[in-house]
Ligand binder design. Structure first.
Ligand code: ADP
Ligand code: TRP
Length: 321
């Protein structure tokens, strides 16, 4: 089974990305032939600074490897290393009704937030469909927010097959991360870089501790019992701590006599311990960028070997060859 997913290099990774996207990707690389890519063309729909984009791409390549993606198992590559994806996106756009794009939630949400839309943002779903279809992907693990984009991908592939012949494109299945919990941010809302409420995946001890100390709590005095339901401190602690420590945290909330500063320190200690391996791997990769860049270059070669087969097939089917 061929598994494919992409992640945008649009900012520093946070622990919501880790639990929601990276960890599932690492687990899936043993279940099939995995393709993971850095969606750098996509990131251009929201980023305008070239140096920032360049550095985000490098950082994301490091993160993918630090989190446990293994180049011996998975093909790890950069979207723009296979620019042919734009050709397939063009071909798909010739069967894509305007109404389909006009109905895209992600596009409508961004416009509603005041972003002045450009053509790339509008056409985003055709490029995303091309990302998937260019590799004959069968399974695409994504977050709930990407569900509609996957439906559009299936829809476009179906239109190509209807018009130019069954088997021209492989219709993918989405694997929606319904069971993956939404990681709460420091303020209790969904953790997201857009809400400035993240705990980063990488960073110095002081900076991480400082962000964890910003977790929003109520003003129950130290000596009194503290609410456990809906507690962001406990929800985050559950991600890192073992069962016994979690139980202790809950008991201490109920008993009173412990302040939130103490609880947050426990969250920090558990975070620091939990990510120690990722951190060490990251540090070693930062000092070995040649290796990281070599992995990405080899990934591009493997990706292109697959994409050229599909593109040949499509060009012939549609009459370009
Ligand atoms: P952000 O919301 O910070 O902009 P993205 O939309 O770039 O994050 O998400 C990248 C991946 O991380 C997606 O697969 C998404 O489902 C996952 N993800 C992002 N935030 C969370 C979260 N708070 N909890 C679980 N998964 C998340
Ligand atoms: N749109 C996805 C996101 O914002 C990233 C992405 C681009 C993607 N192309 C993809 C995900 C192809 C899966 C398959 O998270």
């Amino acid at each position: 089974m061929r598994i494919l997913t992409g992640i945008q290099p649009s900012g520093k990774l946070h622990i919501g990305n880790y639990f929601g996207a990276m960890l599932p990707a690492v687990q899936l690389q043993d279940k099939g032939e995995a393709f993971y890519f850095i969606a750098d063309y996509h990131a251009m729909t929201s980023m305008t600074d070239a140096d920032t984009l360049r550095s985000n791409i490098q950082e994301l390549a490091i993160d993918l490897l630090a989190c446990g993606l293994d180049p011996a198992k998975a093909t790890i590559f950069r979207q723009s290393d296979v620019p042919e994806v734009n050709e397939l996106a063009w071909i798909l756009s010739t069967v894509c009704p305007m109404g389909l794009l006009e109905r895209a939630h992600s596009y409508k949400d961004k416009v509603a937030k005041g972003l002045s839309p450009n053509h790339a943002l509008f056409a985003y779903p055709t490029l995303m469909a091309a990302d998937i279809l260019l590799y004959d992907a069968e399974l695409v693990p994504v977050g709930k927010d990407q569900k509609q984009h996957l439906e559009m991908t299936r829809d476009l592939a179906g239109k190509i097959n209807d018009r130019f012949g069954e088997g021209t494109l492989t219709i993918p299945e989405a694997q929606i991360a319904e069971h993956t919990a939404v990681v709460p941010g420091l303020d209790g809302q969904k953790m997201s870089k857009s809400y400035n409420n993240t705990i980063p995946l990488a960073g110095g001890k002081k900076a991480i501790r400082k962000s964890i100390m910003r977790i929003v709590t109520d003003s129950t005095p130290v000596e009194e019992p503290k609410a456990t339901d809906g507690s962001t401190v406990i929800a985050l602690y559950k991600l890192f701590a073992d069962d016994e420590a979690i139980q202790q945290m809950i008991t201490d909330h109920q008993a009173g006599g412990f302040g939130y500063g103490d609880f947050k320190q426990r969250v920090f200690d558990a975070y620091w311990e939990y990510f120690s391996q990722v951190r060490e791997k990251r540090e070693s990769l930062e000092n070995n960028l040649d290796y990281v860049n070599e992995v990405i270059a080899q990934g591009a070669q493997k990706a292109r070997a697959e994409s050229s087969k599909v593109l040949d097939r499509v060009r012939k089917a549609v009459g370009l060859r």
